[in-house]
Ligand binder design. Structure first.
Ligand code: IMP
Ligand code: MG
Length: 179
């Protein structure tokens, strides 16, 4: 079972659900009267984004990007490639980038600059997890679910080698699984 590959559970399903609902309420207040466009960074965002969107009470739109930075390993390569771009113009839109985890910051600092060039009315970041110990690039996330220590974590959308995304909680992967 997937659970056998974990050292322990870091965030339970209930903790995640409660916090994501709070984030949705915060976003609803901040974007009152607006129609934000949520840009999910696939694939890691999909579970978080589905829950977050359903806690947001203002009319919101969705789009997705696919960005590659990791491959199968647990260390970022430092290079970011856009595999799939947005399917719409974002000029004048209030954009919220939705990410699973902010780690070195390389992905989000690149993406922020990339999208800023298209002149959105505003651009903010909502990330479920923040791992500040490993930060290499300057990124300012307006909405952070949880700040976590420097462990490799999986579940609730986050993977290792495309596995564990379907765990409803977030766990610390046993180093023996990837070393
Ligand atoms: P960054 O560019 O280093 O900030 O990397 C962000 C991306 O790396 C995330 O969107 C994840 O896909 C991946 N990542 C970073 N840390 C973890 C982790 O602990 N578990 C799973 N994926 C991770
Ligand atoms: Mg990701």
């Amino acid at each position: 079972m997937m659970k056998d590959d974990l050292d322990r559970i870091l965030l339970t399903e209930e903790e995640i659900q409660n916090r994501v609902r709070e984030m949705g309420r915060e976003i609803s207040r901040d974007y009152a009267g607006k129609n934000p466009l949520f840009v999910g960074v696939l694939k890691g965002c999909f579970v978080f984004m589905a829950d977050l969107m359903r806690s947001v009470e203002v009319p919101a739109s969705v789009d997705f990007m696919v960005v590659s930075s990791y491959g199968k390993g647990v260390k970022t390569s430092g290079a970011v490639a856009i595999i799939k771009d947005l399917s719409q113009d974002i000029e004048g839109r209030d954009v919220v980038i939705v990410e699973d985890i902010l780690d070195t910051g390389v992905t989000l600092s690149y993406l922020t600059r990339y999208l800023q060039n298209r002149r959105p009315a505003s651009l903010t970041i909502a990330t479920l997890l923040d791992k500040p110990e490993r930060r290499r690039a300057d990124v300012d996330a307006r909405y952070v679910g949880f700040t976590v220590p420097d462990y490799f974590v999986v579940g609730y959308g986050l993977d290792y080698a495309e596995k564990y995304r379907n765990l409803p909680y977030i766990g610390i992967l046993k180093p023996s699984v990837y070393s």
